[in-house]
Design a binder for this molecule. Structure first.
Ligand SMILES: [Zn+2]
Length: 283
């Protein structure tokens, strides 16, 4: 694994520093975490398995959908925001909390030459893909809601794209002067599909919730809204429904019928808010 990334990880059991030792990461007390042959390491703590992780099918659907380019405006906007935020070369890492397929992390690492990236996801299927998303990416399995196995001030830039937020841990990990980029859906996001496919709709007080969830990091935020129209083929619609929290809510036969009834291209609105916030520099 990337040595610079391993130096930013800590033991999920005792919080001690980790080092690589023949196919595992080990702390000074001897807690050992095996590196999977797919290149990621699981650093789940005591409460492992409390939250459901994205399935292999969800991650595969997300990979196909993102590879189709339908979210390209968002991926480009995130990379642009990362470039604007700028980080000193070699300082800390780009840490993506809820990295999924690693698609966004990879775009940001391309935008920031010399930076190392760490993708965190509680799904091993996500971690497998993140581990391969970029030559400077390292992937770990950890639960976003738990204490994270990442050292204090490890992130020069933090990403959180359509993912749960643990404000306390995010504040601890974000280095002084570092930037957090959060992407949340707006109420109109995927509006054309939500009702038809019984998808979970966006909570209308999302803005307020975002502030609450970020705690002290909510100070000094700036945000921009991004909206674009996607023209999606049937397979893209199916992947879009199956890649997120609404996966598996609908009977497969019903879903097939609905997809069948769509035209060759369906217009779907994507509407998101990109929020950027910087942690205060140390005095
Ligand atoms: Zn330990």
């Amino acid at each position: 694994m990337d040595k610079a990334a391993v130096e930013l990880l800590i033991c999920p059991h005792c919080g001690g520093d980790l080092r690589e030792n023949g196919g595992s990461l080990i702390c000074s007390r001897g807690h050992t975490q095996n590196i999977a042959r797919q290149g990621y390491v699981s650093l789940l703590g005591r409460d492992a398995g409390t939250h459901t992780a994205d399935s292999a099918e969800m991650i595969a659907a997300r990979g196909r959908f993102l590879d189709s380019g339908a979210f390209r405006p968002l991926v480009e906007a995130i990379a642009e925001a990362a470039r604007e935020a700028g980080v000193a070369e070699g300082s800390g890492a780009v840490i993506d909390l809820g990295s999924g397929t690693g698609h966004c992390l990879s775009a940001v690492l391309d935008a920031l030459p010399g930076q190392v990236g760490i993708g965190v996801d509680n799904s091993k299927f996500a971690a497998r893909r993140t581990a391969k998303c970029h030559e400077r990416a390292t992937a770990i399995v950890a639960d976003i809601w738990d204490d994270l196995p990442i050292a204090d001030d490890a992130a020069s830039l933090m990403l959180n794209v359509f993912s749960p937020r643990n404000g306390e841990e995010m504040g601890r990990i974000l280095a002084p002067g570092g930037t957090l980029i959060v992407v949340t859906p707006q109420t109109g996001h995927l509006a054309e599909l939500i009702g038809r496919f019984g998808m979970i709709s966006v909570d209308p007080d999302k803005g307020e919730r975002l502030e609450r969830s970020l705690g002290p990091l909510a100070e000094g935020t700036g945000s921009r809204e991004l909206e674009w129209e996607m023209k999606l083929g049937r397979d893209q619609v199916r992947d879009l429904v199956n890649m997120g929290p609404s996966a598996g809510r609908m009977d497969e036969v019903d879903m097939d019928q609905l997809i069948e009834g769509l035209g060759p291209k369906t217009a779907v609105t994507a509407a998101v808010t990109i929020t950027m916030t910087s942690s205060e520099e140390n005095e």
